[in-house]
Design a binder for this molecule. Structure first.
Ligand SMILES: Nc1ncnc2c1ncn2[C@@H]1O[C@H](COP(=O)(O)OP(=O)(O)OP(=O)(O)O)[C@@H](O)[C@H]1O
Ligand SMILES: [Mg+2]
Length: 474
């Protein structure tokens, strides 16, 4: 997409050419034969790119001076300079004046312009991406810092992948809003951690945080657990008991694993959410509370609704904000930070741990497994590897020992057979492919995503080869 392009040239035919080229690409072109007019126009209008002739005619300020003047006012606006002679001196002067590119007016001007504009587009896009990323990283660090202060190191949320950045941004945004939040994700992805973070970052942080695992209690008991009961409500109810809703008054109630409640019970929960009012089991008094509910499940609620097993009205009520935690396999770039974090925590918790750092090869082995148990499983693997290791640096072999047997890889093929003419072609091709992938890994310091990019493969295609050639192993 090209936006508004300002063209400044004293030759009408060049202006026409520029206009034709960029309008054909969907750009909006504004032309001037004089630099001063362009500066004036830029004072009150937005542009995305300026293409500026170096020689704007006798008795006029040169393109270089116009370029400097625009630069001083609009430092982020890219400028491309055109010249008739194309000498080194001109190029140097243009770059010094702040131009991003420099093109000679010759019969190939049209093609050159297109290439140059594409280049500028890329530069702009990169600059924007970088800015956005920096901003997001800053916000992420700030949220985590606040979380560390409010909740202590045990409740830190680690991860820098785009989905985790979205998660952190949502936590930060919804924390202060006293409405339900639904946290979804497969087992071990950090749902409880997120619920705790929302509470700790909310104005209710110093009020109670009560949790209940709805799947762990039979439904007949769940009612009394949540709402309390009066003395004699059922056999064994020897005295009156407050339920979790009452205990959480003023604070937050975390309803974990809400996926399997009966429809009837879901209706009861919905009523409390709507009116913040309920009666104890066998009670007649209506109790009013102020409770913020966070609910979590690893069930597919959309499917459950389609099957008539989850009430859409409860879903709507809970889904004021929905936070999705993707499986770890969809955010492999979080593995190194998570593993390093778990090592630090483990060392703090347990005396006499020898391992102080994790080798590149160990990171690589950690990232080569799929973790059906997600972050919880990664934590266990890392801790077991560290616990069994002997040295100060965790090796790939240490990790292998801690991974489940199904994660063990096939032995690595020999490398360097590619140019052995005695071998059949497929083996030579494989060998060469393995070598290329390994080389890409080394060049990118074992960052698999980048290695895939380097080879022009999709991440999945790269992973296939990674497994096939057992590239995680030395
Ligand atoms: N992003 C993360 N940063 C740091 N630790 C994490 C992160 N995600 C998960 N963990 C850790 O992984 C373990 C599992 O997290 P948690 O109990 O929150 O997952 P869950 O989604 O509630 O799992 P389940 O569905 O089994 O209840 C905990 O030890 C938690 O501290
Ligand atoms: Mg949980």
């Amino acid at each position: 997409m090209i936006g508004t392009i300002v063209c400044v040239d004293d030759q009408a035919e060049v202006r026409r050419l520029l206009g034709d080229v960029f309008r054909a690409k969907g750009g909006n072109v504004v032309s001037f034969d004089d630099g001063e007019d362009a500066i004036k126009w830029l004072g009150g209008n937005e542009a995305d790119l300026v293409i500026l002739d170096l020689d704007l005619g006798a008795n006029r300020r040169s393109g270089i001076e116009i370029c400097k003047a625009i630069r001083a006012r609009l430092p982020d606006l890219p400028i491309i300079i055109l010249t008739g002679h194309g000498t080194i001196d001109d190029a140097v002067a243009a770059v010094k004046a702040g131009a991003v590119d420099f093109i000679t007016k010759d019969p190939y001007l049209e093609d050159k312009l297109e290439i140059s504009v594409e280049k500028v587009e890329r530069i702009i896009k990169h600059a924007l991406d970088r800015k956005r990323l920096e901003q997001e990283n800053k916000e992420l660090r700030a949220t985590n810092e606040r979380l560390r202060k409010a909740a202590g190191p045990r409740w830190q949320i680690v991860g820098n992948s785009p989905p985790m950045r979205t998660v952190m941004a949502k936590i930060e945004k919804v924390a202060a809003v006293p409405r339900p939040v639904l946290v979804l994700g497969p087992r071990g992805t950090g749902k409880e951690l997120v619920a705790r973070a929302i509470h700790m970052l909310s104005p209710r942080a110093s009020e109670p945080y009560i949790t209940i695992n709805c799947a762990a209690v039979a439904e007949s008991l769940l009612e009394s657990e949540l709402f309390g009961h009066e003395e004699g409500a059922f056999t064994g109810a020897t005295k009156q008991k407050e339920g979790k809703f009452e205990l959480a008054d003023g604070g937050t109630l975390f309803l974990d694993e809400i996926g399997n409640m009966s429809l009837e019970f879901q209706a009861k929960i919905l009523r409390v959410l709507e009116y913040q009012r309920f009666e104890r089991v066998a009670g007649s008094e209506s109790i009013q509370v102020n409770v913020r509910v966070i609910a979590a499940t690893n069930a597919d609620l959309k499917q459950a609704m389609a099957d008539g097993k989850f009430r859409p009205d409860l879903y709507d009520r809970l889904a004021f904000e929905v936070i999705h935690l993707p499986p770890l396999a969809q955010r492999l770039e979080d593995i190194p930070v998570l593993a390093s974090y778990f090592l630090v925590r483990f060392r703090q918790e347990v005396a006499g741990i020898t391992v102080k750092e994790i080798s590149a090869e160990a990171f690589d082995r950690l990232a080569a497994y799929d973790y059906p148990g997600n972050v919880r499983e990664l934590k266990n693997v890392l801790e077991r590897a560290v616990y069994m290791a002997q040295g100060e640096v965790l090796t790939g072999a240490d990790v292998d020992l801690a991974l489940p047997p199904e994660a063990q890889q096939a032995p690595a093929p020999g490398t360097g057979f590619a140019d052995d003419p005695r071998l059949p072609l497929p083996e030579r091709v494989d060998s060469f492919e393995a070598w290329l992938c390994k080389d890409a890994l080394e060049r990118t310091r074992y960052k698999q995503k980048e290695a895939a990019q380097l080879l022009g493969l999709t991440y999945d295609q790269f992973r296939q080869r990674y497994r096939k050639y057992a590239l995680g192993k030395e």
